[in-house]
Design a protein around this ligand. Sequence first.
Ligand SMILES: Cc1cc2nc3c(=O)[nH]c(=O)nc-3n(C[C@H](O)[C@H](O)[C@H](O)COP(=O)(O)O)c2cc1C
Length: 190
Amino acid sequence: MARKTIWQGGTQLAPVPAVLVGCGNGTDFKYNLITVAWAGIVCSNPPMISVSIRPERYSRGLIESTGEFTVNVPTVSMAEKVDYCGMVSGRNVDKFNAANLTAKPGSKVAAPIVDECPLALECRVVHSLKLGSHIMYVGEIVAVQADSELINAKGKFEIEKADILGYAHGSYYGMGEKAGDFGFSVKKKN
Ligand SMILES: Cc1cc2nc3c(=O)[nH]c(=O)nc-3n(C[C@H](O)[C@H](O)[C@H](O)COP(=O)(O)O)c2cc1C
């Protein structure tokens, strides 16, 4: 067995996503983007996702005021833009403009999607929970926008062609090689 070093509890889970959360509505609340790593699917039916955001973020007020946000999954080639959107605040900068990203309104929410991202999840806030350093917003995913060029003849989104960005222990990574498919361990034995 490997020798283990025991640390205090921490956030070492890896990999996690590094997503661009779109917020605002383009009218009374200007569009903004915030980079979020503390995000993940939390329910299949209804489909729900959580994003955890520090109360001092400008985006927090936008999400709470509109009750909507989008989760945009970026590509590896967008890593620098993703990092940038996590370094500057929408209080001072129009991040869509500064990062040369295209805002499009959602199909079911007024929050913007990022056109350059191959996947965008449109969400309505259904719960929020003050956890400590972060407030967790749980959003019901009411629509998904996927790059049509990545959908094959069978209607499947070809994720391996999307070159999705991941994040682990402070660094950005690509997804790397496929290691198997859901259920392949059992199929192999059969
Ligand atoms: C890779 C990365 C991951 C981040 N993850 C989070 C996160 O999960 N929650 C959060 O509140 N801030 C996170 N941040 C920091 C915010 O993105 C950053 O403070 C941003 O400038 C806030 O923008 P805003 O003031 O326009 O809302 C992350 C930043 C980076 C670069």
